[in-house]
Ligand binder design. Sequence first.
Ligand SMILES: *Cc1c(COP(=O)(O)O)cnc(C)c1O
Length: 400
Amino acid sequence: MNTQDYIAMEEKYGAHNYHPLDVVIEDAKGIWVTDVDGNKYMDCLAAYSAVNQGHCHPRIVNALKEQADKVTLTSRAFRNSQLPLLYKELSELTGYEMVLPMNSGAEAVETILKAARKWAYKVKGVEDGKAEIIACTNNFAGRTISIVTFSTEEQYKDGFGPFTPGFKIVEYGNAKELEEAITPNTAAFIVEPIQGEGGVVVPPEGYLKEAYEICKKNNVLLIADEIQSGLGRSGKLFAFEYEGVRPDAVTIGKALSGGLYPVSAVLANKEVLGVFNPGDHGSTFGGNPLGAAVAREALKVLIEENLIEKSYELGKYFREQLRNVNSKHVKEIRGKGLFIGVELNKEAGGARRFCEALMGKGILAKETHENVIRFAPPLVITKDEIDWAMERIKDVLLID
Ligand SMILES: *Cc1c(COP(=O)(O)O)cnc(C)c1O
């Protein structure tokens, strides 16, 4: 079978809920992927930052294989010998007292929304059924019905109502609007310290700190959704560190497993996650020993290979190089660490054609929000490899 055969089969039998670039990947190592026709590409998306540690990292693959030979799933009806270690290691790494493991990012977000509501009723004293949660314009937090309820992307909601009550929207980057939206019934404010799917949007400096103080003053939980921006992608363990704040809860996922397996989690202190009693919440696969073993190793790789510091330094370099390209199409270059967005002018005709041209030159990147090209390669990329990519990116940004 060649590329066209695979594509035809996928189009025939699969639901069309994605519009992928027409490359059929067969294997991958580090930052490089190879398609079924033998073409090699540099991966500048890193599975939406799930493979921060690089594709098929040998240490993580090994941890997966070793654990797969022992026990993969116990369900939480029984205990297993990997989960307590993941709890302890995550708590020590992040400073949060408690961890609640799930699988996908959306599930982690749903989990903290439930915890925040219960916290509002049991701790803050909000009247039953009245809790409100505030989210931002241009957010992305997953695809469940409650989560798309607070999406401001028309398409994400079109045809999926009725929606979940209890959500309010404020403008991303606008602390004043947040303050005005808060009522005595407000349980939480959920925010991405850097918006990923929204187009790698970095809010104005000081915004998160202000939001943090507003939340503190009003006894509202600040929830940082770091599913994409976290675990080194932004050049810090968490993007909120740039503002020196400490959110009440953090959602993580994606790179938590280095891309081998879906593992997500909520991190918070006892006051928040302590609201859950046995039976309140759960997941058959959440906290399974295979996922826990993979996540433990993925975190070790992140730290021991200094990937967070590398992301910080190389991200700065990458953006500098991008700024040196004088392209009439580029409106703005932004980001932190190796989390980079290149916003194109309206007249550029959309980012998709640039991504297709990049693919022709051996670079896989994906447009986000029509006009943004996101560059977010695995954090194991080297300076020489960035130089290799820049030559090609430059050619593509200079097309007509
Ligand atoms: C990807 C993402 C999610 C959802 O994660 P899934 O694993 O796709 O459910 C939630 N929040 C943010 C910020 C994300 O980037």
